[in-house]
Ligand binder design. Structure first.
Ligand code: COA
Length: 440
């Protein structure tokens, strides 16, 4: 049978396709902008015939309706690999769950049957002349989920960009639902004077010829805006967005010294606006790979001058970084932070940077603290952390003693909190206040 015939046979209505989900199934949903939102919405519509369906998902970009309504968890329960605005409350209220895992290891959860996949919901581009559909904006764990699933239900979206890299053949898909809708967009974050100061500090660490991993949010975007005068930067990351396109168009990003994939943007997923999606569409220089490749430290660590830029919620005076919990509450997830901190650490000329505002909640609390909040979990350990940057300065904790770390971190804390931090640290014998003043 030709693949065209197979495609026709598998093409069905939304209702029929989602009808393949049965009570007790684990459904893995394509990640972030790759979310096939119409499939998830239809699943919610069919909730009354379903009990104990588990949805495993990382960053949901749809409205995650099943997390908003109490009682829905008996029908459909969310298991988050990364908490976000739509799932946080449900996790806190025990209507959803969180599973801690490095992003690089998520594909193995599915491939090794640690979390066996009954159904994969994916979004792909229409097939090419050989019947291959592109995973578009999300290869990361989506490919592993699709390849491990007993049943693959694909939204074939005409507006899903065709990205170079790996795809799925029509013969491996079980049910096809055609759509023609814009891929979910994430507008660029607002950059204030504060992020600009942090961005400028981080940018001062980026040398010409560096290869960047950029986390998500206003700080990485602010960093990009201070890189306009750099030369021959490259991208080896888990995710990139519109800011990278701007720097490429200005000739700053060339990927020339990306020794692993020269000339290529290497990423696992994409999240931005139509501008980004148009840029990557049929662009042979965009190399989309699974996250167990992009984030694997033995792969990313081979990239020379790898600079990882990520953010944090709190850093304690030992240098322990909390980036995913607020006290006992799951706020986000580890994502690729530790993968890239470690990869940058073994990369020749690499640097890992944790950049954050020195305060939170309108300047009322310090993010540099004596101890992480009760219940908070360590994301990046003090043994892994290298550069920590705030709007007040830069410190490199690598090779520093506990006393030196505490002293240096207090020096980049907000001035309003330094005295109190000094008192606390002196009381616990972490620093000798006299030596602190001598260092300033
Ligand atoms: N105590 C109380 N509230 C805090 C806080 C703290 N220590 N730190 C931050 N907050 C509040 C902020 O005030 C802000 O509240 P607001 O929205 O009411 O202003 C909110 O939490 C978000 O903080 P912010 O720093 O603006 O978040 P961000 O969007 O820049 O994201 C992380 C920062 C750390 C949450 C995010 O980078 C993350 O999830 N990292 C972990 C994973 C990772 O790094 N992955 C790699 C790339 S995907």
């Amino acid at each position: 049978m030709s693949w065209q015939q197979e495609y026709e046979d598998k093409r069905t209505s939304l209702e029929n396709a989602v009808n393949a989900v049965k009570s007790g199934d684990r459904v893995v949903v394509g990640h972030a902008a790759g979310e096939p939102v119409i499939l998830v919405e239809e699943l919610v519509r069919q909730k009354d015939r379903l009990q104990n369906v588990e949805i495993v998902h990382m960053v949901p970009m749809g409205n995650c309706e099943y997390c908003q309504v109490k009682g829905m968890e008996n029908h459909i329960r969310h298991n988050a690999i990364f908490a976000g605005a739509p799932s946080r409350k449900a996790i806190a209220q025990n209507r959803a769950d969180y599973t801690p895992v490095f992003f690089s290891e998520v594909p193995r959860l599915f491939k090794d049957g640690i979390l066996p996949v009954d159904i994969a919901f994916i979004q792909v581009s229409p097939p090419d002349g050989n019947g291959n559909c592109s995973y578009g904006v999300s290869v990361d764990y989506t490919k592993a989920a699709a390849e491990s699933a007993k049943i693959v239900i694909a939204e074939v979206n005409r507006q899903c960009p065709r990205t170079a890299g790996l795809g799925m053949h029509v013969s491996d898909i079980d049910h096809i639902v055609e759509t023609d809708r814009p891929v979910v967009e994430l507008p660029p974050p607002k950059i204030t004077e504060l992020e600009e100061k942090i961005g400028a500090n981080v940018a001062s660490l980026v040398e010409d010829g560096s290869n960047l991993q950029l986390g998500i949010g206003a700080i990485p975007d602010a960093v990009l805006s201070f890189l306009k005068d750099k030369k021959d930067l490259g991208i080896h990351t888990e995710m990139f967005s519109d800011g990278v396109v701007d720097l490429y168009q200005k000739g700053v990003i060339t990927n020339k010294f990306n020794n692993l994939n020269p000339g290529k943007f290497t990423a696992a997923f994409l999240m931005g606006t139509k501008k980004l999606y148009d840029f990557v569409d049929n662009n042979p220089d965009v190399n989309m790979q699974p996250v167990d490749h992009t984030n694997n430290i033995t792969v990313a660590g081979q990239v020379n001058k790898l600079v990882s830029i990520n953010s944090a919620i709190q850093v304690d005076l030992f240098g322990q970084v909390c980036a995913d919990t607020m006290g006992y509450q799951q706020f986000s997830g580890v994502g690729g932070q530790v993968d890239f901190v470690r990869a940058a650490s073994i990369s020749r000329g690499g640097k890992s940077v944790i950049a954050m505002p020195s305060t939170a909640k309108g300047g009322t609390i310090s993010r540099i603290v004596l101890n992480l909040a009760e219940g908070a979990c360590v994301t990046t350990s003090r043994n892994d952390v290298h550069y920590v940057v705030t709007e007040h300065g830069i410190t490199d904790l690598r090779g520093k003693t506990v006393r030196q770390r505490a002293t240096e971190l207090i020096n980049i804390a907000h001035p309003d909190f330094r005295e109190e931090l000094e008192k606390q640290a002196t009381k616990r014998g972490l620093i000798n206040a006299k030596s602190l003043y001598n260092m300033r």
